[in-house]
Design a protein around this ligand. Structure first.
Ligand SMILES: [Zn+2]
Length: 210
């Protein structure tokens, strides 16, 4: 895709997520790798419902602002993931309702916040490690993500929300939506007797793609 097509795709996918309630107000941010090696990102404080393709932020791998409006400060932690996972070409960060609710629970398994009960969670996400709570904008969020970036496709920032990667922006958005729906189901099923997938069933799904 050309840079112009990628810009238009970011606007379209963001608006779609906004209209379906995955993003509200100015919360959340998106980024993707451009053909020239720079990164396209949502500007600071921008609403997913009202992005302008011509004003999206462009930054380099070190976070230097190249063009467009000023990027979200959270783009720093996107770049930490790109630097440590060359297979990642796009990132979605949301403050979506169910994943954020999950991120506020005590006693989460920090290696995997959602014990698998549906095959698509296993195939699309695998595991969801929890990053300990840090103030938004704290540079240690990037450090924590960098440590885990090569091994996981998604992360849950405690008391904050999800960070989800993909091979392109459509893939990252699909992964984020699958993850949000999985969190919704996990909370709906809380306190009920769940038939979790067995280790054998999980192993059988791993590496099958999506
Ligand atoms: Zn955030």
């Amino acid at each position: 895709m050309t840079e112009q097509q990628l810009r238009e795709q970011m606007v379209t996918l963001a608006r779609s997520m906004f209209e379906r309630g995955y993003a509200t107000g100015g919360a959340g941010n998106l980024s993707l790798k451009l053909p020239n090696g720079h990164f396209l990102a949502t500007p600071t404080g921008s609403s997913f419902g009202r992005l302008d393709a011509d004003r999206l932020s462009v930054v380099d791998i070190d976070g230097n602002h190249i063009s467009g409006d000023r990027p979200s400060k959270e783009v720093a932690f996107h770049l930490a993931i790109y630097r440590n996972n060359s297979a990642c070409n796009a990132i979605v960060h949301l403050h979506s309702t169910y994943l954020t609710a999950l991120s506020c629970l005590q006693g989460l398994d920090t290696d995997n916040a959602i014990k698998p009960f549906t095959p698509y969670f296993v195939m699309r996400i695998g595991k969801l490690p929890v990053i300990p709570y840090l103030r938004p904008g704290d540079p240690r969020i990037a450090e924590e993500l960098a440590k885990r970036a090569a091994d996981y496709r998604a992360f849950l920032l405690a008391n904050h929300g999800p960070v989800v990667t993909g091979s392109n922006l459509t893939d990252a958005v699909d992964n984020a939506e699958e993850l949000e729906e999985t969190a919704k189901l996990a909370l709906m099923l809380d306190g009920k007797s769940i038939r979790y997938l067995s280790e054998e069933e999980i192993t059988d799904l791993q590496g099958r793609g999506k």
